[in-house]
Design a protein around this ligand. Structure first.
Ligand code: HEM
Length: 234
């Protein structure tokens, strides 16, 4: 037991172990972001479609499914952030030369701003959870509807009300722009760390990263813009 713990702790303290964990948790988060966007787009299929989906998530495994997903996501987010911050600190220290001066580095804007786009996404997630899950400062808890004879949360009305308020919509769009910048670099980088992308396939994974980031940006912003600017559902 202690041998397993020792090798796990040696793996985590090594820089490659941390990089691997950042990539693996990044992959989990990429899957979540895609699944969540597809679920969100059900708003365009009408009131019943998104409410049915929301109800299914809330009641899966007698209500346990949503908690398993929440705990899994929380663990992934915490490992992703803590390991990244530790790696950034170690990289900064290693980049200083013998005289304590920064060595020049060539990298893209998205890659250089990963830590900042990541921390803004964290701020967005906290706001988003308070907005739609904890429902602080609004009366969304009273938004109920009847679906197949059962009273359920009216997720449809909640999202329409949420994005009818301009400051929330603007904040979501800014957050989606930063999320797409983060994804455009993170996507190809995680496949490289996991050894799935090689020198030969790297350009392809880079293109896939941009395509994925664009898809998430367009998909999520289409909901916000349709409601805020075009009055969808109002
Ligand atoms: C315009 C884009 C988005 C919309 C319309 C949206 C909508 C929603 C709604 C309505 C809920 C609450 C569901 C319910 O209570 O039944 C929710 C929960 C959540 N969303 Fe989003 N979301 C968006 C983008 C995102 C993004 C980009 C992320 C992550 C980076 C995210 C992460 C989460 C998380 C973690 C939950 C909590 C799930 C739970 O614990 O119940 N969302 N979202």
């Amino acid at each position: 037991m202690s041998a397993v713990f020792d090798s796990l702790s040696r793996f985590y303290t090594s820089s490659i172990g941390k990089k691997f964990l950042v990539a693996l948790t990044g992959l989990v988060l990429v899957g979540f972001v895609l699944g969540h966007m597809i679920g969100n787009l059900l708003i365009f299929a009408g009131k019943d479609a998104i409410n049915e989906y929301g109800h299914l998530l809330q009641t899966a495994l007698h209500g346990g499914g949503v908690w398993i997903a929440r705990i899994g996501l929380l663990v992934a987010v915490v490992i992703h952030i803590v390991a990244t911050i530790q790696l950034t600190k170690a990289n900064r220290a290693a980049r200083k030369d013998a005289y304590g001066m920064q060595k020049a580095q060539v990298s893209g804007t998205a890659s250089r701003t990963m830590i900042w786009s990541g921390l803004t996404i964290l701020a967005f997630i906290i706001y988003h959870l308070l907005h739609f899950t904890v429902r602080v400062g609004n009366d969304y808890d009273t938004y109920k509807t009847v679906l197949h004879g059962e009273t359920v949360q009216d997720v449809y009305r909640m999202v329409i009300a949420g994005f009818s308020w301009a400051p929330a919509s603007i904040f979501y769009i800014i957050a989606m722009l930063l999320l797409s910048s983060h994804l455009s670099h993170g996507f190809s980088s995680l496949f490289q760390t996991l050894g799935i992308s090689t020198d030969k396939t790297e350009p392809l994974f880079k293109k896939l990263g941009y395509a994925f980031a664009g898809l998430i940006l367009v998909g999520n912003c289409s909901i916000v813009l349709a409601i805020w600017l075009f009055g969808y559902g109002r």
